[in-house]
Design a protein around this ligand. Structure first.
Ligand SMILES: C[S@@+](CC[C@H](N)C(=O)[O-])C[C@H]1O[C@@H](n2cnc3c(N)ncnc32)[C@H](O)[C@@H]1O
Length: 502
């Protein structure tokens, strides 16, 4: 650890608590450094995300106490790979972490301490990573032009964290790690040059920023607004940046979960889950959640994978892009859903063609009714689907007929012995009842509890038993009639309340 880091650690000691340093080495030399990346992921799929990080970046991720977050170290040369992860929603670079922050009793004292904290944090490397990240986004063409300004300071980066009394703190200078990297890799085209000219003109402008506080825990004497306001005020004073809630260059994150405090700088402007879908429907799933579901069933080369209730096609589209050695069939009984799926597929194909990549995707779309699929018995390897919860889509009452008939038809088309199904639903009672009556056809292997738009839902991994379809008592479907429909109305009341994640 460099002397700068030692200094930063000392400075971050708050009432005997020491913040974990966010990085290993000073960036002033332009060297590759190690930093900690934080990522928000679909709640329940933290382990899947950690697995993906290990597989693609080779780094061991730590799962935060705060569900839906993981942290992992990377060297800055791998920053671009972080943006290619399929299971992460938002990314940030960690400035400092406190595992056991002792908040003061009174609100005033706590907020004062948060204000004092701002000027003692080791910002330098995190800001350098923010800058490098901006260069990467520029290369990808994702950055929004006209929303970026930067100060042209020649002050050494190490000055940034040195003292609050020093001259107004600016961003790391031009000959930084980020820029040297850009020059060696990219030859600016005319568009980039134009951008650079605009940026030079904007250089004199002050940096705009905002602080976002996420707080969870019932023992805090302050609100997230108060923390964001007071911490933000201190950040503004320290750097002499300008607060702007909408057109900001830098978003500082203050994540407080019980005693855990993590300060970070956002590396994504919008969640990465928006990557595939251009034609949204009423219940479009996040691509990150689709990825988690697909990973659960481990698609293999030449597997036939069905989403019989595809909606906008979010699941099969994610599969066709990320697990492209399988073939996907996306179907729905609603013609609007089918045309949205077709449009989403076309949009991705067009985008790929524009980039010069092969535009074909292993996916087909069909309009069908799931209770009577035009698919041969025992011909499908995997079914991945998101069933109507009975809230925004369908009704709880209808689910009592729909779920058993779906599970039965899925069992018919799925290969006995090896077939799998991954099913998402929030109507857990109806699903559990339906599956308990089909023990001869399906075996429940595992459930992942997830949060879908604030609703506690289950992702069920099922294995098709070896029994031949047509030879088990469950094969004969009987409508449950009024008695079940009545039960369902009672269940509605119970399960409409949000349950805590387990
Ligand atoms: C929860 S939505 C799926 C959303 C989808 N995962 C997405 O990301 O857009 C359920 C879908 O099931 C479809 N559906 C309902 N009953 C069906 C049936 N009997 N056959 C086929 N599709 C059905 C609905 O039209 C709806 O699009």
């Amino acid at each position: 650890m460099s002397s700068l880091e030692d200094e930063a650690v000392e400075q971050n000691t708050v009432e005997g608590l020491t913040s974990s340093p966010s990085s290993d080495t000073d960036t002033s030399t332009g060297a590759i450094i190690t930093i900690t990346i934080g990522a928000t992921v679909p709640t329940g799929f933290e382990h899947t995300a950690a697995e993906e990080v290990k597989e693609k970046i080779g780094s061991d991720a730590r799962i935060s106490k705060d569900r839906g977050r993981i942290y992992f170290p990377i060297t800055t040369d791998k920053l671009f790979q972080v943006h290619l992860l399929c299971s992460v929603d938002n990314l940030f670079v960690v400035v400092a972490e406190f595992d056991c922050y002792q908040f003061k009793e009174s609100k005033e004292e706590t907020l004062k301490e948060l204000q004092e904290l701002a000027s003692t944090l080791p910002w330098t490397n995190a800001l350098e990573v923010w800058r490098l990240n901006r260069t990467l986004k520029k290369k990808k063409g994702h950055r929004k032009v006209g929303n970026t300004t930067r100060a042209k300071s020649k002050a050494a980066p190490s000055d940034v964290a040195a003292s609050a009394e020093a001259a107004p703190h600016k961003l790391p200078q031009e000959t930084s790690l980020a820029d040297s990297d850009t020059k060696s890799v990219v030859t600016p085209d005319s568009e980039t040059c134009q951008q650079d000219l605009e940026e030079t003109a904007n250089d004199a402008k002050v940096i705009k920023f905002r602080v976002t506080c996420n707080r969870a825990g019932d023992k805090h004497s302050f609100s997230s607004n108060e923390a964001a306001r007071d911490f933000g005020g201190a950040v503004q004073e320290f750097f002499q940046w300008k607060a702007d809630m909408t057109k900001f260059d830098i978003e500082v994150l203050l994540n407080i979960h019980n005693e855990e405090v993590v300060i970070g700088i956002a590396l994504t402007e919008e969640s990465l889950h928006r990557r595939n879908i251009s034609h949204f429907g009423p219940t479009t799933l996040r691509s990150t959640l689709c990825y988690g579901m697909l990973r659960l069933c481990k698609p293999q080369e030449s597997d036939i994978i069905l989403d019989p209730m595809c909606g906008t096609g979010a699941i099969p589209l994610e599969g066709a892009i990320e697990f492209g050695e399988s073939f996907y069939i996306a179907g729905d009984n609603n013609d609007m859903a089918v045309s949205r799926t077709v449009n989403n597929i076309c949009h991705i194909q067009k985008r790929r063609a524009e980039k010069g990549s092969p535009s074909g995707l292993p996916i087909d779309t069909v309009q069908w009714d799931l209770s009577n699929l035009p698919v041969r018995t025992s011909s499908v390897d995997i079914i991945v689907t998101d069933m109507p919860f009975g809230k925004r889509m369908g009704s709880r009452k209808k689910n009592w007929d729909l779920y058993p008939s779906c599970l039965r038809e899925m069992a018919r088309v799925c290969r006995p012995g090896s077939g799998k199904a991954v099913i998402l639903t929030q109507d857990k009672k109806c699903f559990t009842k339906a599956i308990s009556r089909m023990g001869g056809l399906w075996r429940k292997l595992h459930t992942v509890w997830v949060n879908v738009g604030g609703l506690h839902a289950g992702v069920y991994l099922l294995k098709r038993t070896a029994a031949m379809f047509g030879q088990t008592p469950e094969d004969i479907y009987e409508s449950r009639g009024r008695s079940d429909a009545h039960m369902n109305e009672t269940d509605d009341k119970e399960s409409s309340e949000l349950q805590p994640n387990v």
